[in-house]
Design a protein around this ligand. Sequence first.
Ligand code: ATP
Length: 220
Amino acid sequence: MPVNRGIAILGGTFDPVHIGHLSLAEAVRGALSLNQVRLIPSFSPPHRSPPEASAADRLAMLRLAAEGREGIVVDDREMIRRGRSFTVDTLRSIRQEVAPDLPIYFIVGMDAYRTIDQWYEWQTIIELAHIVVLERPGHDVSLPSQVLKWTRQRLRQPGDPGIGPGGAVLLLDLGKIDVSATEIRACFHRGGQPAKSLPAPVMQYIQCHGLYQSTGKKES
Ligand code: ATP
């Protein structure tokens, strides 16, 4: 039963959304006793190569994946805003809509967290929200020195009574989920059908719309 007033945010390219995203969103919701986890697809991710599927397809797949999942909602503000999707802009706009003391938990996999000090206005990001870091198979847990120093200073436990609306780092051990969109796209490109890694309606959408074809763009 959710008791924490805060909301969690999982931003990503979702190219495509996969069972790893959904399991970790639901696991964080449970671990932090939250009412809501928002999935926010990036229109134009600033830190990586452009997505293979269109923004409209990625959003449609995300909506299908979230349908019927309690407490999991899709927030399309980066799609509406267009332009480069800076996390700091998204967190600012959410912060303006909620109570100033409402905890916001920004979820990132360890792969993304390792480079957080390269994100646009990262010092502001870590004040606007708590950062929830999840382990990820195949990603080195050693952190660059600046991120490590900052992590040590800010590390808190979930449920810490002193925790405010933002500014802490929570390392959650939710069990590693060995799925990635890169591997899923590569499997399609090879002519495979990675059905086990995808929610069934997303698999159907990909087939109906001919996404990630073997003749399409290859992984770099
Ligand atoms: P790609 O392989 O294309 O980089 P991805 O599977 O990492 O895609 P994204 O949409 O880029 O998916 O991920 C959004 C967020 O979810 C990132 O913070 C990423 O680290 C995290 N994430 C995705 N899959 C997992 C996973 N299996 N375990 C932990 N975190 C994950």
